[in-house]
Ligand binder design. Structure first.
Ligand code: ADP
Ligand code: MG
Length: 728
């Protein structure tokens, strides 16, 4: 009997939910471990507080003297909560988070010691980070990177450590992290949106992008994971036959949350409250053991940090509950994958959501302006949109016929489709008074504040308008939201800048009134971007054909998709906006290509090992039992033995055949990897992994999964799908 598998199952069956005691109300816990505005207001001098506030609101610099004061208060606050260390917390290009802990503790002359955190330590740190991926940037200029405080994201305490959110840049200022380009993109969208808002309201001074993410994940018992090297090392099952019962009955979706998972979620939510992450909803997802967590939306930079922090916290809390969290986009074949919807909108300092229809025709025209410009931005950059969410793991979702497809399209609902149709017919040039009134009363004025048909959303769309926000659904569950947010805010900023230029030209040169000019430009945008709008079933084959006719890209794999990230168009767009320069763009492409290669390489190694050292020996052991059985039958039945040993003989043959295929394919796969590893060009190498190694992974898996159906269950070494998915 395979001891580890059965031991793990037994462990899992004996588990009890961890008891969670909720003393204080959640609202009282909220933000308790955050050095937020309220805490700062109480602990800083007026000058210092204003300086931080200006840095947050206007992006002004904080001078050294004030930084010292802030560091002092931050340290005192942290010490009062039993904290011993501090760290600069940042998001390197690995997509995870990183930290380097230092003690506050410092010795002083005379043998004593004090707790210290100076302004310079707060504002700048030099982590020994030479092994973070940097795509060659750091080597070219300077051996080291620097972290610097981002005051727009407040410091927080996690465990016994004060964490200071920081950017991570090279000595020469190039971004080595995900946050720096995001902050620049948020600045770009702010400026571009404010300029356009001025057509409608002179009081608009600042526009913030907001993000509400929805995090999907699987919870699997840690003992079961320990007996699955593939889950442990790659985050997904590289083999495993589908369970007789999967998600066909849809009985998990919004069903009762299993008690162990419920206790995990409550524990997690309490941690989130302390950290000021405003989580609000939790529910089961479509697949067994799949769940979702979503917060109230926040300013985009903060929301990005909160999502990255949440993923860390989820892992840590899971340990207490004997769970492992799977963030992989497709941990189980044939079972729903996990995504991370990014709900995005723009809001002004005057309290208006620019993607929400308003009460008056003028506010609706403002809404339409932002709405149509976003559609145009996605249309003009659809390939880059796809590229931004490409990864080895997300490839299993995109283009795999069951999640958002690799084709980017925008869903807007019937009501708005009709509005755009009307606007397409607006007269070229000056509008007659009658047409203007008509537009205001019957088209723009008729957009209701709440768009009803959008509640019945098209779940198959990768980019959907959902009433007062766009929902970018194709983002993978493992992704750092900084990337999709940098993208959307950049392409829309670029689009708004162009829009303003075009409208201004019509006003000045053609002497059109402001609203006439806006209608004229929007009309052209609707015509130009109609190809990206799609209301039908995005998962259907018919759409693939239709999209091809429309000239939309359908890049199903990461090596193909990523190319759009380094096109001259992309480099110009990010460069013009000041979001990333050529070197920064190129280095990110290199890092992502390398990461793709490494991930497939690891999967290939793990599967090679599993197939040869776990599956093949098990199959042979079972085959030997069959052989003994056949020999016994031959003794008893002699010449007639064929009649009674018929099934066994077939099984013996089948096992031999599959063992042979597995063995030869593993050898071929190893050789192919060796060949690929000789290549120095990243694109050719990634393509070889993608087009030649991955099909071998699939071939090996296919035969291992067939053996799983043949071999005695008692001998099978790895927990099966039904055990992984239905034991909690
Ligand atoms: P679902 O997609 O599961 O049906 P909802 O559409 O109700 O869920 O909301 C999903 C998320 O959208 C929530 O996390 C919420 O915080 C976020 N959200 C709501 N309004 C906005 C907004 N104006 N900007 C950004 N995110 C928003
Ligand atoms: Mg959603």
């Amino acid at each position: 009997m395979s001891t580890l598998r059965f031991f793990a199952i037994k462990e899992t069956l004996n588990r009890k939910p961890v008891e969670i005691i909720e003393g204080k109300r959640r609202s009282e816990l909220f933000g308790e471990n955050v050095f937020n505005k309220e805490t700062m207001r109480q602990s800083l001098t007026k000058d210092a507080f204003e300086s931080v506030n200006n840095a947050i609101e206007k992006g002004t610099k904080i001078d050294r003297g004030i930084a010292n004061q802030i560091a002092q208060s931050m340290k005192d606050w942290a010490l009062s909560k039993g904290v011993t260390h501090y760290t600069h917390w940042f998001q390197p290009l690995t997509g995870t988070t990183a930290e380097k802990h230092d003690a506050f503790f410092e010795t002083i002359d005379g043998g004593g010691a004090i707790e210290k955190l100076g302004g310079s330590q707060l504002v700048q740190q030099e982590p020994d980070a030479s092994s973070f991926p940097n795509g060659g940037i750091r080597n070219t200029f300077e051996a080291r990177g620097y972290t610097a405080w981002d005051p727009t994201s407040p410091a927080f305490i996690f465990g016994k450590t004060l964490c200071v959110p920081t950017v991570f840049v090279s000595y020469t200022g190039e971004a080595l992290d995900n946050k720096t380009p995001l902050l620049r993109a948020l600045n770009a969208i702010d400026n571009a949106s404010v300029a356009v808002c001025k057509y409608f309201d002179k009081n608009v001074k600042k526009v913030n992008a907001s993000l509400g993410w929805e995090q999907e994940y699987f919870l699997i018992d840690s003992a079961l994971v320990s007996s699955r090297p593939d889950i442990q090392l790659t985050g997904r099952t590289l083999l495993g036959h589908s369970s007789a019962k999967g998600q066909q009955l849809d009985d998990h979706y919004f069903g009762t949350i299993p008690s162990r998972a419920m206790s995990y979620m409550r524990d997690l939510e309490i941690e989130c409250m302390l950290l000021g992450i405003p989580v609000k909803t939790r529910h089961n997802e479509v697949a067994p053991n799949q769940f979702e967590l979503a917060p109230i939306y926040e300013e985009a930079n903060l929301a990005v940090d909160h999502n990255a922090l949440l993923m860390d916290v989820m892992n840590k809390v899971a340990e207490r509950h004997n769970f492992k969290v799977l963030f992989h986009e497709k941990p189980f074949k044939g079972v729903n994958g996990s995504g991370k919807h990014n709900n995005w909108s723009l809001s002004t300092n005057t309290g208006v959501n620019l993607l929400s229809p308003g009460k008056t025709p003028m506010s609706n025209l403002q809404f339409l302006t932002f709405f149509i410009n976003t559609i145009k931005a996605v249309h003009d950059n659809e390939e880059l949109v796809r590229a931004t969410i490409a990864s080895a793991s997300n490839d299993h979702r995109l283009g795999a016929n069951e999640a958002p497809p690799a084709i980017i399209s925008v869903f807007i609902g019937e009501q708005l489709t009709n509005v755009l149709k009307e606007l397409e017919n607006v007269t070229n040039g000056k509008l007659s008074p009658k047409e203007k009134t008509d537009l205001k009363l019957n088209v723009v004025g008729k957009i209701p504040e709440i768009l009803l048909d959008n509640t019945d959303r098209n779940r198959t769309s990768p980019f959907a308008f959902t009433g007062n926000k766009f929902e970018f659904r194709a983002v993978g569950s493992l992704a750092n939201c900084a990337n999709p947010m940098t993208l959307i805010n950049s392409i829309v900023a670029k689009q708004l800048i162009e829009f303003k230029e075009e409208v201004d030209v019509l006003i000045k040169k053609k002497e059109l009134k402001k609203d006439e000019a806006i209608f004229n430009v929007l009309r052209e945008y609707i015509k130009k971007s109609s190809n990206i709008l799609f209301e039908g079933n995005g998962y259907g084959e018919a759409w693939e054909k239709e999209a091809e006719k429309r000239g939309l890209s359908n890049n199903k794999t990461t090596p193909k998709a990523l190319k759009a990230k380094v096109s001259e168009k992309t480099i110009a767009m990010y460069g013009d906006l000041g979001v990333m320069n050529r070197v920064e763009v190129q280095s990110r492409y290199d890092i992502e290509m390398e990461e793709y290669i490494l991930r497939i390489q690891i999967e290939a190694r793990v599967l090679g090992d599993l197939a040869r050292n776990h599956i093949v020996p098990t199959a042979i052991k079972y085959q030997n039992t069959l052989i003994n059985n056949v020999q016994g039958l031959k003794e008893i039945y002699e010449a007639d033995f064929n009649r009674v040993a018929h099934a066994q003989l077939e099984l013996i043959e089948d096992i031999s055949k599959r063992v042979d295929i597995i063995n030869t394919t593993v050898t071929k796969m190893i050789n192919k990897r060796k060949e690929a590893n000789q290549l120095s060009d990243l694109e050719t190498k990634a393509t070889m992994y993608c087009e030649e190694v991955i099909p071998m992974l699939e071939e090996i898996r296919y035969h291992c999964d067939k053996l799983e159906l043949l071999v005695d269950d008692e001998l099978w070494p790895l927990p099966k799908y039904r055990e992984l998915l239905f034991t909690t």
